[in-house]
Design a protein around this ligand. Structure first.
Ligand SMILES: Cc1cc2nc3c(=O)[nH]c(=O)nc-3n(C[C@H](O)[C@H](O)[C@H](O)COP(=O)(O)OP(=O)(O)OC[C@H]3O[C@@H](n4cnc5c(N)ncnc54)[C@H](O)[C@@H]3O)c2cc1C
Length: 503
């Protein structure tokens, strides 16, 4: 069985690495085609904690990976000016406080906080306290205490990550071809892709093709015409300007997003530099204005010329069509407000492995290859939910606020929300309840972090917390804060931790 991946960005090499690790090279031959002339999108530096499990599955050593990708630790994202001008909060990777009688702590906090006696909710998440103090420690989750109840991700150079995985994959037998795909041949009967032609005359046949060709969607769109659901009515930002600059001390263990009049600016500190970018709506801001506002916010000297990227938020109608699966930017794009693109690549790969077409006859163990429509349908349904739920979560940031100080913010005030988000908001406002789901990157604590971080306070709380009494809540809350303080005393400065961890 032969599988061909087109594209050598993070998506292509993550896919190659995972499939090469999963399947024996004798049974699954993998070829990856990438074009140096076209290059990669070259941005994508902040991640979600799930990437740790991706790396662990590959058997990658954390220290080696962090050294080679110039990675830093990430405890969350700081959002500035999102809820209102002057508002700031951190969306951490983890919950707030300990559950009491199996009920989320934030419900007790909402009740007790009416007296304003138990401090900001932030104080009950170790990840936030550590981030604000520029400190880091590796959580010892087996201890099951609050000071270890947090997750972490990385901020890294995504080009270096792709290179790292390229070496990893080639060591596992992935065949890399440098060249540009110039023609795609379709099987007239099935509509499947049967062959790719490269500019150097090479022809590549395969049973299954993975389209990791970036925004252009070379196979899924240009050849198979999957179609695209345009979500820019809800997420109208359509451009970004990116520029790296010199890093400055202290090295913050978090990404920052600052809301602006027509978009937002990211700041992502790596070991060797800081990544910056301005995501904006071109209908409300000119390119020059966007660049000016980015450059005046840099911490240090710019290290390259600013680069512009254009995109349309949305997703393909079909992520998997015929014998092509789109992973990465070829599958869709959601602005990087919550660092979700690399996570979506990971989800695409995980689900593909779960639903991978049979390529060996179970009785005779001879090779065979069958793609079942049921697998395609399930894959597409699950990936659609992944994208839609992230879309709703991103949109939440734009609508849960008091801002109407510019045309973009006014636009969000008058918007009809997707039903899925409206229902979620209604339930929250009614009694602080968060719908739970199995598929989707963001668990209830993330929704709580953004909603309360942006001052969206529900009208009522879960009535079950009333019986506990505010005095009892205060006592428990005090013990939680003490536990976090202890953890904070034991944690090191982020830079110092990195220095000895990676030495
Ligand atoms: C402004 C911006 C900020 C972002 N920030 C983040 C972030 O903080 N966190 C995050 O998780 N993600 C982020 N992303 C997304 C992230 O950059 C991508 O998800 C990730 O880099 C994967 O890209 P890719 O591999 O799908 O595509 P690309 O990097 O574009 O790679 C495409 C590959 O296909 C090859 N190719 C294309 N056409 C051909 C052809 N004809 N023949 C041969 N090869 C071909 C190219 O050479 C290249 O190797 C951001 C994206 C943007 C636009």
């Amino acid at each position: 069985m032969h599988l061909c991946i087109v594209g050598g960005g993070s998506a292509g090499w993550m896919t190659a690495a995972a499939l090469a690790k999963k399947f024996s090279r004798k049974k699954l031959q993998i070829t990856l085609i990438e074009s140096d002339e076209i290059g990669t999108v070259g941005v994508g530096e902040a991640t979600l904690p799930h990437i740790r499990f991706f790396n662990q599955t590959l058997g990658i050593d954390e220290r080696d990976f962090m050294r080679k990708t110039q990675a830093t630790f990430k405890l969350g994202i700081e959002f500035i000016d999102w809820g209102a001008k002057g508002n700031r909060y951190i969306h951490p990777f983890g919950d707030f406080g300990d559950k009491i009688n199996s009920i989320d702590f934030y419900q007790y906090w909402l009740l007790a906080n009416k007296d304003k006696n138990i401090g900001r909710l932030d104080q009950y998440a170790f990840g936030i306290s550590a981030a604000m103090a520029n400190k880091f420690s590796i959580p010892q989750v087996e201890l099951h205490d609050l000071k270890n109840a947090f997750g972490y991700a990385y901020q890294f150079d995504s080009n270096l990550y792709a290179q790292y995985l390229r070496e990893f994959s080639c060591n596992l037998g992935v065949n890399r071809i440098e060249g540009k795909v110039v023609n795609t041949k379709l099987n007239k009967n099935t509509g499947d892709i049967s062959e790719l032609s490269l500019n150097n005359g090479t022809r590549v046949n395969a049973n299954l093709f993975i389209d990791c060709s970036g925004f252009r969607g070379l196979l899924i769109e240009q050849a198979l015409q999957s179609g695209y659901q345009d979500w820019s009515t809800w997420l109208p930002c359509d451009r970004a300007i990116a520029v790296p600059c010199e890093g400055t001390a202290p090295l913050t263990p978090y990404t920052r997003s600052t809301a602006k009049e027509a978009g937002w600016i990211w700041r992502i500190p790596l070991q060797h530099r800081t990544g910056n970018g301005h995501v904006y709506c071109s209908q409300f801001l000119s390119d020059d204005q966007a660049q000016h506002s980015l450059m005046e916010q840099l911490d240090g000297k710019a290290l390259a010329e600013p680069r512009q990227l254009r995109f349309t938020t949305g997703r393909r109608n079909h992520f998997w069509k015929n014998n092509v699966v789109a992973i990465g930017l070829s599958a869709g794009f959601l602005e990087p407000l919550e660092s979700t693109s690399i996570h979506l690549i990971q989800e695409g790969i995980t689900k593909l492995i779960e639903l991978f077409p049979a390529f060996e006859d179970q009785q005779t163990q001879s090779s065979t290859f069958t793609i079942n429509e049921l697998d395609i349908k399930e894959y597409n349904a699950q990936m659609s939910l992944e994208y839609e739920r992230i879309r709703d979560f991103l949109l939440l940031h734009y609508v849960a606020n008091d801002r109407d100080d510019s045309p973009m913010w006014a636009y969000f005030k008058n918007m009809a929300l997707p039903d899925s988000l409206q229902e979620k908001l209604d339930l929250w406002m009614h009694r602080g309840y968060i719908q739970r789901y199995q598929i989707g990157a963001f668990l209830p604590p993330s929704w709580v972090a953004v909603m309360l971080g942006q001052n969206l306070v529900p009208h009522d709380v879960d009535p079950r917390v009333l019986a506990f009494g505010t005095d009892n809540i205060r006592t428990r809350a005090y013990a939680m804060r003490e536990d976090i303080k202890l953890g904070l005393d034991q944690a090191e400065e982020h830079q110092a931790f990195l220095d000895h961890y990676l030495a």
